[in-house]
Structures are given as C-alpha cells and as structure tokens.
Design a protein around this ligand. Sequence first.
Ligand SMILES: [Zn+2]
Length: 78
Amino acid sequence: MQCRCYCDGETNSNRHFLPGHDQIAVANAIAANYGSNEAFIRSQRGEAFDGPFGSPQVNRVIMENYESIEAFLDAEGY
Ligand SMILES: [Zn+2]
C-alpha cells in the first residue's frame, strides 16, 4: 500500500508506513494543524508544561491521548 506520509513510497504487506515515515507523517500533521511541536504539546498538556518539545515528547503525548499514531493522524485529518 501507499505510505501514509504521502512520500509516494510503497510499503510491503499491510504496513501503513515505510520504516521511520510515521514520524514524517506526525511532523507534517503537527506543522499543518498546530505550527510547532511546542504548540501541539501545550494544546494537550496545558500552558504550564515546561518542555522540552522534541519528537520523544510528541510521541509520548500522542500515546497518552490516542490509541496509535494512525488514530492521531485520523483525528488530525491527515
Ligand atoms: Zn513515507
């Protein structure tokens, strides 16, 4: 199937992403809908959350609030 990050890559079997491309899709969805990792994390954790705002923190927030990366991307309309 086509890789869900829209890179035009073809995944084998029923995988949604080429290896590592789930993070590309997450970064694109956050950039489109929130503008930055910090804005996304603050939207989920509140203004008091004091960083850092890297990919590990983004992934942690996603897994706290969604069943999977795919569920997050569905929710974001990506
Ligand atoms: Zn891809």
